[in-house]
Design a protein around this ligand. Sequence first.
Ligand code: FES
Ligand code: FES
Length: 152
Amino acid sequence: MKLMINGQEQELDLAPDMPLLWALRDHAHLTGTKFGCGMAQCGACTVHIDGQATRACITPVSSVEGKSITTIEGASKDSKVTQALQAAWLANNVPQCGYCQSGQLMSATALLTQKPKPSDEEINSFMSGNICRCATYQSIKTAIKQAAASLA
Ligand code: FES
Ligand code: FES
């Protein structure tokens, strides 16, 4: 199966119904995308498919053939929005255990790409599917606003 991952075509030996998350982690060796719940409930596995934040744990690889798949590894290299968010994340000491944070950054990147100046309500609503057991929600919101200001 041919998948376009972070701008590069990769030919991988995959069952069509394999979740994209396994293909990324176990076959493409991109381990920045995390497994949390496996049921689209936590957001740890968030990647972008054609720019849309998508839960890789419930996305069969057969559904993303021919589409553009972006992981945290590609976004942190190629996306100015992700880079601004990462700088704000560091400035605000957002990560605690860190496990949820690549998913948080991928959702935040999708948010700022669609809405460069989100309101508090829009941030809360868009980010509500990303769970953080270390409860970094307030610092995530502060960092998103700081990144939005730095990109303006
Ligand atoms: S692992 Fe995919 S949403 Fe939790
Ligand atoms: S930083 Fe620990 S789960 Fe979010």
